[in-house]
Design a protein around this ligand. Structure first.
Ligand code: NAI
Length: 256
């Protein structure tokens, strides 16, 4: 069987992706800072928000992994530093540390968001924050760049989308045929959505939902993650797949 590493398995999209991968016959290794309630064959409790936390996780991993799904994320309501650390720098540090253990032709899938839509408009800032190597002192970065708390979540996803495209062409991954792609959900009914409602307001979240008729569910997102992890996606690299019922299309085409 295939071995797939999935972060964020204690809740929402990560939990559903782990369940589905198990049903499809994969050996799932789940990672989360919280204990999952059930169903993960192998679980590593670990914190992606610090370099030491990532190192501790990597020490416990097997030497041969087929795919890594980076699903864990914070909503932004615990502050910009923690959000950038988990949603981008920790995710990237884990991916780079896992790369040598990924088999040739393996895959990495990053769960970004429609919230990262502004990556192109903010390209210069995103470039400067993604070209910093290693796991930086995120608190210092935040004060240097004067980043506000409410910017944390969208910025983390902008960085993730840009890095996904760059990583597809990074020697560490490309030289061994490791593909790097992203999935960008729209609003999905998971515990994080309540936090988005608190930060953005109900009106904003509901207008996005109204555009596409309903909110997504974890079961709408998980199959797209596993497809991009699979060999059937072997010629898809550096891509972002919106899984949002058409929300991004409606913005791009200016359809109300
Ligand atoms: P969730 O809150 O249900 O699950 C997130 C998981 O990440 C939790 O189990 C949490 O413990 C884990 N996590 C948080 N900090 C961690 C850390 N330091 N180390 C390890 N694990 C940590 O949320 P959901 O919806 O399942 O989110 C999954 C991903 O989907 C996130 O990256 C989120 O940004 C993204 N997303 C979610 C949307 C939604 O509306 N639900 C929309 C767009 C993107």
């Amino acid at each position: 069987g295939k071995t797939i590493l999935i972060t964020g398995v204690a809740s929402g999209i990560g939990a559903r992706a782990a369940e589905l991968a198990g049903q499809m016959g994969a050996d799932v290794i789940g990672i989360d800072v919280r204990e999952p309630s059930s169903g993960i064959s192998s679980f590593i409790k670990g914190d992606l928000s610090t370099a030491a936390g990532v190192e501790d996780i990597v020490k416990q991993l097997p030497n041969r992994i087929d795919a890594l799904a980076n699903v864990a994320g914070l909503s932004g309501n615990t502050g910009v530093t923690a959000t950038l650390a988990v949603n981008f720098y920790g995710l990237r540090a884990l991916s780079e540390a896992v790369a040598p253990r990924l088999r040739e032709g393996g895959a990495i899938v990053n769960v970004a968001s429609i919230a990262g839509y502004g990556w192109r408009a903010n390209l210069e800032r995103a470039k400067s924050l993604t070209t910093i190597e290693g796991f930086p002192d995120v608190a210092s970065l935040v004060s240097e760049h004067g980043l506000k708390n409410e910017e944390g979540y969208p910025l983390s996803k902008e960085l993730l989308l840009l890095w996904t495209m760059r990583a597809a062409h990074q020697h560490l991954f490309r030289d061994r045929g490791i593909r790097v792609n992203a999935v960008s959900p729209g609003p999905v009914e998971t515990p994080i959505l309540k936090q988005f409602r608190a930060v953005l307001g109900d009106a904003r979240v509901d207008s996005d939902i109204m555009r596409v008729g309903r909110a997504g569910t974890s079961a709408d997102i998980a199959p797209a993650i596993l497809f991009l992890c699979s060999d059937g996606a072997r010629w898809i690299n550096g891509a972002n797949l919106p899984v949002d019922g058409g929300l991004e299309a409606s913005i791009n085409a200016d359809v109300l």
